[in-house]
Every structure is written in structure tokens, then in C-alpha cells.
Design a protein around this ligand. Structure first.
Ligand SMILES: C[S@@+](CC[C@H](N)C(=O)[O-])C[C@H]1O[C@@H](n2cnc3c(N)ncnc32)[C@H](O)[C@@H]1O
Length: 284
């Protein structure tokens, strides 16, 4: 009798966590057979063809070596959108959705006074923050910057897939230098690299596979935050808001940075796990 290669037996034989194995197999069912995830249950006696089986072995082994699921299937859900991701960009994190919430609340507030809101996303990566904002808020005109050409390529491609390419402008360069001169925004949002260079997390889990320039400033963890905050008032309209994501122990430092350039209404926000994760300030 030949080997049982049914979905059911692949799932029971794998060393992967059951949920991860199901995500990878669902990806292959979509790719090779255009079948939905429900086929894992409805057709669990189905056998994969030779190519799909080969792909399964590759994905299974890469995942067992620690490669992030999002890179293996090439996508990740963020806020209300799905983004393509590849090793050239950070995998968007759920805690970053807090920045989107803060940005959207501000855009809604502004909408009572003006028709459009100018929004800047510094260090856009896959385009996560910029595209979630543009998708949710038709009145937002969004500029997204990154110094990485690989990230911008992925960001632009995501914008196209989501039909948002006319609403989000991508620009390359070192923080505000990407703007190529003076520009004024109602809202500046950023999730910059904030992990200190000696932090052991950089050599653990998914982070081992993500671009190092998206994770660390190669210093104390605060240098990118310092650059972004120290120049913010030059790029914010009067009354404009800046909100930045930071590390779990950086909130006090970030609040001090904002008060040292005389931003007002400085507020700290908790992420879903109860960590202080975002600080915002206003250019009054
Ligand atoms: C933590 S990732 C955030 C990506 C995305 N905004 C997100 O939240 O998923 C930081 C991003 O900042 C970009 N970056 C790093 N240094 C930069 C610099 N000097 N100027 C502009 N972007 C930079 C990286 O390429 C990376 O895409």
C-alpha cells in the first residue's frame, strides 16, 4: 500500500503547531487548486499533487527552521486590509494598529473643520499605516516615506492591489529629507526602528528574518525617535498631531523629547497587552 498523503495525514504527521500547519496548507490549497481554507475540513481525504506536496515539504521545513509564517505565505492582515509582505519589510504588528486608531480619530476631528487631512507616515515599510489610513479615511491624503527602495517597492505594490495608488504618495529618503523641502501635515505617524543594538530579541523568533534596518537604530534605540520628534514642529501645521510607536520602556524618554520641543497635550497610550506603546503630542 502506498503512503497516505491526504491532507488529514499530512496534518497529523507534521511537527508544526496544528494552527500553523493549517495556515500553510490553506495557502497551498489556494495556490494550487484555488480552494478555500474550508477544504481542509471538507476534503481532508484529498491528496496533494506532486508539485503541491513538494511546496508543502519546503514550507514545512522553512517554518521548522523559524521562518515567519507571514513571509512563507507572503501576506499579513493589518487593521482592515491585507498586505503583501516579503523579507524586505517588517511584518506589520497588531500593536501598530494603535497608531492607525489615533490617526483616524484625529482625521475625523479635523474633518469637522476642513475637507481633507494631510497625513505623513515616516518609515512606511509595507505601507501598513499609510494604507490602512487611506483605506479607512477617504478624506486623507497620505504621504509615505522610507529609506529602503525594497520597502517602497512593496508599499507601492500594496497600494496598487488595494486600489489606493492615487491616494498615497511614496517618497524615498532619510526621514523628513524624503519630502524634498517644506511640506506641512495635520498628522505625522511613525513606527521607527526602536530596538537597541544589543537587545537579545534581535537574535530571536521572527526578528532574525526581518530587515535589521527596520528593527534597530544600531544605537540606544532612541536615535530615530529623537530625529523624528525633534524636527516635527517644522512639518506640522499649527494644531497638528504627531504620534510615534516606541519600545516598552521608552515612554518616559519619548514624552521628554516631545516636551523639550514644546509640543502640547502629550499623551501616552497602552497597547493591547497593557504596555505603554505610543506617545502623541500636539503643535500648539
Ligand atoms: C519598524 S519598521 C516599520 C514599518 C511599518 N511602518 C510598520 O509599522 O509595519 C521601520 C521602517 O523605517 C524604515 N527606516 C529605517 N531607517 C530610516 C530612515 N533613516 N529614514 C526613513 N526610513 C527609515 C525602515 O526601512 C522600516 O521600513
Amino acid at each position: 500500500m502506498g503512503q497516505d498523503l491526504s491532507l488529514r495525514s499530512l496534518l497529523s504527521a507534521t511537527l508544526l503547531l496544528p494552527n500553523e500547519a493549517r495556515i500553510l496548507l490553506a495557502h497551498l490549497l489556494d495556490k494550487h487548486y484555488q480552494l478555500p481554507r474550508s477544504a481542509l475540513l471538507a476534503h481532508d481525504d484529498m491528496e496533494l499533487n506532486a508539485q503541491a506536496l513538494k511546496d508543502w515539504k519546503v514550507l514545512e521545513s522553512k517554518r521548522l527552521q523559524g521562518e515567519p509564517i507571514a513571509y512563507l505565505i507572503g501576506k499579513r492582515g493589518f487593521y482592515s486590509i491585507e498586505l503583501q509582505v516579503a523579507p524586505g519589510v517588517l511584518i506589520p504588528r497588531p500593536e501598530t494598529e494603535l497608531l492607525v486608531d489615533i490617526g483616524l480619530r484625529e482625521i475625523k476631528r479635523i474633518a469637522k473643520e476642513t475637507e481633507t487631512a494631510q497625513v505623513l507616515d515616516l518609515g512606511t515599510g509595507s505601507g501598513a499605516i499609510a494604507l490602512a489610513i487611506a483605506h479607512e479615511a477617504p478624506s486623507a491624503i497620505v504621504t509615505a516615506t522610507d529609506q529602503s527602495s525594497e520597502a517602497l517597492e512593496i508599499g507601492r505594490s500594496n497600494a496598487k492591489h488595494l486600489g489606493l495608488e492615487s491616494r498615497v504618495r511614496f517618497m524615498q529618503g532619510n526621514w523628513y529629507e524624503a519630502l524634498g523641502g517644506n511640506a506641512l501635515f495635520d498628522v505625522i505617524l511613525s513606527n521607527p526602528p526602536y530596538i537597541a543594538h544589543q537587545d537579545p530579541h534581535l537574535t530571536q523568533g521572527d526578528l532574525r528574518f526581518e530587515p535589521i534596518s527596520a528593527l534597530t537604530d544600531h544605537g540606544s534605540g532612541l536615535t530615530c525617535l529623537e530625529i523624528i520628534i525633534s524636527q516635527a514642529s517644522k512639518y506640522l501645521k499649527p494644531g497638528g498631531l504627531i504620534a510615534v510607536e516606541h519600545g516598552h520602556d521608552q515612554s518616559d524618554n519619548v514624552m521628554k523629547m516631545m516636551s523639550s520641543i514644546n509640543l502640547s497635550n502629550i499623551e501616552s497610550y497602552l497597547d493591547l497587552s497593557g504596555c505603554r506603546r505610543v506617545v502623541s503630542g500636539r503643535n500648539l
